[in-house]
Structure formats: structure tokens, C-alpha cells
Write a protein of this length. Structure first.
Length: 176
């Protein structure tokens, strides 16, 4: 964060009425980060497809404005996993409205994914991030994610993604 106070948000599953705005938000956020390429825009706008095989979460501020989103892929055979292995989960397409970046929305979404992985009893979260997304990398490192070069990959020429993992805290502890 950049010295700004964290923006309070509610995290919930996206509803079908949210899908259009979720797609727009991801396109807006990724365009600003140079990640968006023509072939990928159709995929990131297809929120309904993602929601069929994954959990699409949204962050909504106090006014009800959608300010962030993330797709949590919880199992094999669900929405295409990119870097998760075995019983790991992964999150993809974490995007925050450029107007509120740096205000804790990305962290709140990532923490919701950690909490969900914990509730599912999963040992690890795996993610990949654009090599140029250094602010996101700092966020992930601050949350305890570690670089895992074995998960680096490139979905298209000129788009290099770097991998990170997080051992899910408390996975082996009894529930309170």
C-alpha cells in the first residue's frame, strides 16, 4: 500500500448480473498492466464460463461498486488450471480497478482465496503473475508467497509469467 488507508470491501461470489462488469474490470486492470493481448480479451470477458468451473469472487465497496475480482480454481477438471498441481488450488485473474489500486483490495481478494483454501483443507496455493507486475509480487511476498521458478511459463510469445506458492496456514491444525 502507498500510505493510504485500506478500503473496506465485502468479498462475495459473483452473481450472473455481475459478469459483464467483472469482465470489463479485468480488461481495464490488465490493459493498464500491458498483459492484455487480443486473444486473451475474449477469455477474460467470459466470466460465465469461469463461473461454471471455478469460484469467481468480487470485492464490493460500501456503495456497492465492484472494485476487484479474482477467480479461484479449486480442482482438477474445473476451469483450466495453469500452475496448480495435485490437490493445490490456484487463483487467477486477480484484478483491481485502477481507481483503487494500492488500497488493500488485492490483498483482501488474495486473503479470501487463502481462507477458502484453508476451509477446503488444501495444502498449497499456486499462482502465476506477469513478470512486470512488481507491485503484485510485493503484495504476494508480504503475504508469505514464495517464488517457485518451476511454475514459470509463457502463454504466448512476449508474455512471461512467474510462479509463486503459499503453504496454506493452519491446514493441519484442528478447527477451533
Amino acid at each position: 500500500m502507498t500510505g493510504q488507508e485500506a478500503r473496506p470491501v465485502a468479498i462475495r461470489l459473483a452473481a450472473p448480473d455481475d459478469y459483464g462488469r467483472v469482465g470489463d474490470l479485468v480488461v481495464e486492470a490488465f490493459s493498464a498492466l500491458r498483459q492484455l493481448r487480443g486473444f486473451y480479451e475474449a477469455e477474460i470477458r467470459d466470466v460465465a464460463r469461469r463461473a461454471e468451473g471455478a469460484e469467481v469472487l468480487v470485492a464490493v465497496d460500501g456503495d456497492g461498486t465492484l472494485v476487484g475480482t479474482v477467480t479461484l480454481v479449486t480442482g482438477e477438471g474445473s476451469f483450466p488450471r495453469e500452475v496448480a498441481r495435485g490437490d493445490e488450488v490456484e487463483f487467477r485473474m486477480l484484478a483491481v480497478s485502477p481507481a483503487v489500486q494500492g488500497q488493500g483490495v488485492g490483498r483482501a481478494l488474495a486473503m479470501a482465496c487463502v481462507d477458502r483454501a484453508q476451509s477446503l483443507g488444501r495444502p498449497r496455493i499456486a499462482i502465476s503473475s506477469g513478470a512486470w507486475m512488481t507491485a503484485a509480487h510485493a503484495l504476494y511476498a508480504g503475504m508469505g508467497f514464495v517464488r517457485d521458478p518451476s511454475r514459470d511459463w509463457s502463454p504466448a510469445p512476449g508474455i512471461d509469467l512467474v510462479g509463486f506458492t503459499l503453504d496454506v496456514p493452519g491446514r493441519n491444525e484442528p478447527a477451533a
